[in-house]
Design a protein around this ligand. Sequence first.
Ligand SMILES: [Zn+2]
Length: 163
Amino acid sequence: MAIRKITEYPEKVLGEVGQPVTEFDQDLADLCADMFETMYNADGVGLAAPQIGLNLRLFVMDCEGVKLIAANPEIISTEGEQSSQEGCLSVGKVPAVVVRPMKATLKAQDENGKWFEREAEGYAARAFLHETDHCNGKLFIDHLPKLRRDMIIKRFKKEKNWK
Ligand SMILES: [Zn+2]
């Protein structure tokens, strides 16, 4: 296992729609192990493949008891609404309030290629939505009004000592 370098905004791969996962082999299992290790090392609750520079529809998460590997994820239903703080390892964990559905049902393939469906609510539902967005080239800040979005990016760049 190895800790991978986390890709940060505005690297191009974060804005690209991921390629489907087609091989469910040892390489994929090894990749997922690296992703978990990278996520735990960064104190994250979810990590998607584009966040380690790979253009792939794949994420791992461990959030409020929901620990899973999701290849080719899709959100098949949502319900209700929640408004709370969200952050992203690729945007320096700068937090912003994002409105999301309260419940979400994820459909994805596990590391063996077997399809499953899993429902979650609250923070775990938020992770389903956030990580699935990554696989579609979308960041949480893309859900914000432009002014809010610009503020988050500005703060992130400042924290990174950019100009
Ligand atoms: Zn993220």
